[in-house]
Ligand binder design. Structure first.
Ligand code: NAD
Ligand code: DAU
Length: 359
């Protein structure tokens, strides 16, 4: 039976990953989820699997050396899937320090705990041990020319405190692979969307605001491009890397789905209009008059676009979910989980919103 240590499993992608893993492997796996439950971590995301026999939750900070060492001493971990991070660019612009702490130092602490537990006296590692570091395409910087893409060989050029801290973490993982032959992979993925995403990110923020008849704040000219991937496709790719990825390799994961931000917002408006029943009183107010162009994000990267050729050729992975379908599923999830949205947007979120959007 394989034992996984998942970090940040109470967040957006981590919780989707844990659901995917139990749905795919049932009682044949064990998952230990270590999460500090920051504003982005929500145990509610895991209610459906919380009582699974193979599931253990550890409430801890990945920067806590003793606790991370103790987890490896207590459990015979086969695979680490490292999601835990501060993940939002706008927050990194306001307060970079916590990003360096969690994303860089936290990754180092985990690397050391895993190496200490796994490395044998001859400097090799038992077969089956693997550390999958989940990273982002933002480490590659910003593309300007159409038709250019990020490859695994693209030089790093991070431009926000968030992407700089993720790049730092990636470099540490690379250095452990080179120096200690530490069995790892790095995955660099494009923008995810889907269930359980915190409404500081573009898509859930726009869905939530539109449903409340609030303005839809678009940074700058709205022409920045992101490559959107449905989260279920991302977690399938990570599972495949854990199962079949060649150790020490980096895999880019992306949706082949580049869209300008303004296009995304218009698709959300149209899809909400189609999906809301005619007698829903919110329906009439949901239209393009809600769109409001606001001051641009500082250092706003213009375009991201992943070339996921390597993972397709080597592991046979391709995105399965067309955006039109993924956005409907996402909106359906937010309709069905209005109370979840209500809870995560009360309290601290209101201060955050005021700080970033001034209202
Ligand atoms: P998220 O912000 O939704 O979740 C992060 C989780 O990490 C939360 O549960 C939080 O409580 C936990 N966490 C934060 N600091 C911690 C600490 N010090 N110790 C333990 N737990 C801590 O993030 P997400 O969007 O699910 O992203 C997960 C990972 O995927 C991140 O590493 C991110 O860089 C990467 N990524 C995200 C995207 C995206 O579009 N969201 C795309 C590519 C890569
Ligand atoms: O590319 C992968 C990255 O995608 C991940 O590593 C990050 O964790 C994740 O947050 C995401 O980063 P972005 O900055 O691209 O995502 P965000 O949803 O914050 O913004 C998407 C685009 O929408 C970006 O061009 C900024 C714009 N935007 C965002 C918000 C929140 C707006 O125009 N208005 C907004 O209110």
């Amino acid at each position: 039976m394989k034992t996984y240590l998942v970090t940040g499993g109470a967040g957006f992608i981590g919780s989707n990953y844990i659901h995917h893993m139990f749905a795919s492997y049932g009682d044949a796996i064990r998952i230990i989820n270590v999460d500090a439950l920051t504003y982005a971590g929500n145990p509610e995301n895991l209610t459906a699997i919380a009582d699974n026999q193979g599931y253990t939750f550890v409430h801890a900070d990945i920067c806590d050396k003793e606790k991370m060492t103790a987890i490896f001493a207590e459990h015979d971990i086969d695979i680490v899937v490292h999601f835990a991070a501060e993940s939002h660019v706008d927050r990194s612009i306001i307060d970079p320090e916590v990003f360096v702490r969690t994303n860089v130092l936290g990754t180092l602490v985990l690397l050391n705990a895993a190496r200490q537990a796994w490395e044998m006296t001859d400097g090799t590692y038992p077969p089956g041990k693997r550390f999958v570091h989940v990273s982002t395409d933002e480490v590659y910087g910003s593309l300007t020319e159409e038709g250019t893409y990020f490859y695994e060989t693209t030089p790093y050029d991070p431009r926000s405190p968030y992407s700089a801290s993720k790049a730092g973490a990636d470099m540490l993982v690379r250095s452990y692979m080179e120096t200690y032959q530490f069995p790892a992979n790095i995955t660099n993925c494009s923008n995810n969307y889907g269930p359980y995403q915190f409404p500081e990110k573009l898509i859930p923020l726009m869905i939530n605001n539109a449903l409340q008849g609030k303005k839809l704040p678009i940074y700058g000219d709205g022409l920045n491009v992101r490559d959107w991937l449905y989260v279920e496709d991302h977690v399938q790719a990570i599972d495949l890397v854990c199962e079949k990825g060649k150790l020490f390799e980096t895999y880019n994961i992306g949706g082949h789905n580049e869209k300008k931000n303004i296009e995304i917002v218009k698709i959300i408006l149209d899809t909400l209009g189609e999906m809301l029943p005619d007698d829903d009183e919110r329906k009439n107010g949901i239209n393009e008059s809600l769109i409001e162009y606001v001051t641009d994000r500082k250092g706003h990267d213009r375009r991201y676009a992943i070339a996921p050729d390597k993972i397709k050729i080597e592991l046979g992975w391709e995105p399965q979910t067309y955006f039109a379908e993924g956005i409907r599923r996402t909106i359906a999830w937010y309709f069905a989980n209005a109370d979840w949205m209500e809870r995560v947007t009360s309290g601290e979120y209101q201060n955050y919103y005021q700080q970033v959007y001034g209202k």
